[in-house]
Design a protein around this ligand. Sequence first.
Ligand code: DO4
Ligand code: MG
Length: 278
Amino acid sequence: MMHLFNTDEGVVVEVDGVANALPGTGWDALFANRDPLALVQQCLAARSTPLDGQTWLDHVKAPIGAQEVWAAGVTYYRSRDARMLEAAEAGGGDFYARVYGADRPELFFKATPHRVVGTRQPIRIRSDARWNVPEPELTLAITASGRIFGYTIGNDMSSRDIEGCNPLYLPQAKVYDQCCGLGPGIFLSDQPFPDTASIEMTVHRGRRIVVQGATSLAQMKRKPRELVDYLFRDNSFPCGCFLMTGTGIVPPQDFTLESGDEIEIRIDTIGSLINVVM
Ligand code: DO4
Ligand code: MG
């Protein structure tokens, strides 16, 4: 198993638990390459340096260079249900049932690189929102040519009161400074992500667990490939991109995040993304 990390000192690849500095390539060059897995193998064979100890882990940044982050919505029945409830009063509930059943998925722009935080960096809730939740999402790493070459963990932070008030407010509910968590690294694989892998989220408030939930890709209505094909229709990504695949875990209706809450999202084979709300 190979995991790719973006660090202050350059690209690091961990192969079966052993970390190697990869000086032969930059982060964006991997996303621009048609076959990043082959490029990593070549660099590993030609000029990688094994790293001593664990200190490199303190230098891990968000796994993003110049990529845009996009997101899919209402890909799980749980999300469809929750959205219908939150928008019912505003008369918007029907849109979510329709998009869940439609051929065309909901795809929206989530973040530019400067709005993204990596693991152990603070994440933000909007100051003008009263109801804020994390959304744990399997996230696809995609080359400029549209190839899925790996998987990471995404947190699509959402202001549910703003979104529920009017679906046209979606960009404000979703896009703001530090609205998106990605990391810790990218699990390199060009195989479909296993349906059975579990996606888990825990929110700690001090010593208390205030939210806990789990799902798996088997609950997702759409396939990652189908989402990427829609995203790349008449749309180019010269530096590659990330696509978050939607949430299947929604906290109870009376839950909202508070400053100091610690959000941990775990996905089998990828790792844990941990962020504290600032
Ligand atoms: O339709 C609004 C956003 C949906 C979303 O972010 C999700 O289902 O994960
Ligand atoms: Mg989402």
